[in-house]
Design a binder for this molecule. Structure first.
Ligand SMILES: Cc1ncc(COP(=O)(O)O)c(C=O)c1O
Length: 467
């Protein structure tokens, strides 16, 4: 119970200033507003669950579908403006890399605004079929198929093509994949994935010699038309010159292959775009990137290609946030308190403990009192279930000294965390998932909410075989 929490204000903890707010966040009457949303109100607003009116269950996952539409429209607008400014003569196709967040609400929203779809496994093909059945796309929508095409996945793609998905474009990662599509005899536009420069050992794609062999093999197969050079950029676009250098290397590879296969006319960047509000200037980056492509193609004497971006993180990272209640406090051995949340940080944010990735973490209420340095801990008994995580090697957070009814928000966590941490099923220390609140606008632009309730014991225990 909240009343049983030790009063940290009573302890001689040194006070600290309130944390600085990134753009898009504001405080009013002691509460945090995020892009105009009163965040605390999301946990207070009654919802219908199991036929009764209740409060949303925390940890509460909140999706803002409008952010997905805005991000999709913004990148298209950035390309359109840069195309005019630098005189880029070709088109751009923006695909959603569903691996970043394959939830139905996200996929539906992005398909309905016209995104192409990038899939990576056999079950992802089932998502395409579901989307078709629901009317989110038709059979002319470009579908880019990456991922290792083991037989069940290759078969699912071949069936999709046989069922009339005419713009299904498999991208072969090796010669074996090419042969399984060669044998099937169905007509496809296809891509080849090149091995790109990488700071880590890279297991994807083919080297220049294998690409050339693949292009020759494809030239002998009239039903497979090579159009696409896939060059997954492994350096984030936010890294300026290093990104442009990686891109130049890939463009030289494109040009070399074009000389053997002039049917090539698409250059696919893969992913690598940072989140929309991560601080990168997308307008500058796009102008630079188009300029680089035009310059390298002119130097190499090859036509400028159409472009494909398969973007995951950029489209979805800022559409979601997660809200936790502080249910307990503990003083750490170094005198810094832990605020214990009603869920597991490890389960919800695997990139934080596994990779040391930082999220925007802010208190949602109690801004009108004093602040202290504190760390967050999950409710599990796992040593690593803390934030900042050990890999982050960061200072404690600045949090309100008053922990009564305190709610903590992890913002911009809509990319990858959901499926890396797993949805439903069983989680660490058998802590249940909370509810999911989906924010939409109705036909008149007024806010509309839908709510999926949290996990109950039979659902979790059932997943573990307790019948
Ligand atoms: C082939 C391919 N395309 C696109 C993406 C999406 O990357 P990002 O989330 O950086 O946009 C990935 C991510 O792993 C990928 O493997």
């Amino acid at each position: 119970m909240m009343s049983a929490l030790p009063r940290l204000e009573a302890l001689p903890l040194p006070l600290t200033p309130a944390p600085a707010l990134p753009a898009g966040y504001e405080i009013a009457q002691g509460r945090l507003f995020y892009r105009g949303l009163d965040v605390l109100a999301l946990t207070e607003r009654p919802v219908f669950a199991n036929g009764r009116l209740t409060r949303p269950a925390t940890p509460l996952y909140v999706r803002r579908l409008s952010a997905l539409r805005e991000n999709y429209a913004y990148l298209n607008a950035v390309f359109a403006a840069a195309k005019v400014q630098v005189g880029y003569p070709r088109h751009m196709l923006l695909a959603y890399a569903s691996k970043a967040n394959p939830s139905a609400a996200v996929v539906k929203t992005l398909l309905e605004v016209g995104a192409a779809y990038e899939c990576s496994s056999a079950f992802d093909v089932d998502v395409v079929r579901h989307a078709y059945a629901q009317g989110w796309l038709d059979r002319t929508r470009p579908i880019l198929a990456n991922g290792f095409k083991i037989p069940p996945y290759a078969d699912a793609l071949l069936r999709l093509r046989a069922d009339g998905f005419q713009n299904l474009l498999p991208i072969f990662d090796d010669l074996e994949e090419l042969e399984s599509f060669a044998a099937a005899g169905l007509p496809f536009e296809v891509g080849l994935r090149a091995r790109t420069l990488s700071e880590q050992p890279n297991r994807f794609g083919m080297d220049a010699e294998t690409l050339r062999y693949a292009a020759e093999r494809l030239a002998a197969l009239p039903h497979l038309r090579l159009t696409t050079y896939h060059a997954m950029q492994t350096v984030s676009a936010a890294r300026g010159l290093s990104y442009q250098n990686g891109l130049i290397h890939s463009l030289r590879g494109y040009a070399a292959l074009w000389r053997h296969a002039p049917t090539l006319h698409r250059f696919n960047f893969g992913g690598g775009l940072p989140a929309r509000h991560s601080g990168m200037n997308f307008e500058v980056w796009m102008r630079q990137t188009l300029g680089t492509i035009m310059a390298v193609c002119a130097e190499e004497g090859v036509p400028v290609p159409d472009l494909i971006f398969e973007t995951g993180r950029y489209l979805v990272q800022d559409h979601a946030l997660k809200l936790f209640k502080v249910v307990k406090t503990r003083l750490g051995a170094d005198g810094v308190p832990y605020y214990i949340l009603d869920g597991s940080i490890m389960s919800h944010f695997p990139d934080a403990w596994a990779l040391g990735e930082a999220f925007t973490v802010l208190p949602v209420n109690n801004w009108d009192g004093a602040f202290v340095q504190a760390r967050l801990a999950g409710l599990t008994c796992d040593h690593d279930d803390v934030y900042p995580t050990r890999r982050m090697n960061a200072e404690p957070l600045q949090l309100p000294a008053n922990t009564d009814s305190l709610v903590i928000g992890f913002f911009e966590c809509g990319a990858y965390q959901e499926t890396l941490g797993g949805r439903r099923g069983a989680h660490h220390c058998l802590l249940p998932e909370g509810g999911e609140l989906i924010l939409e606008a109705n036909a008149h632009g007024a806010p509309a909410f839908s709510y999926l309730d949290g996990q109950d014991a039979p659902a979790m225990l059932g997943a573990l075989g307790y019948g």
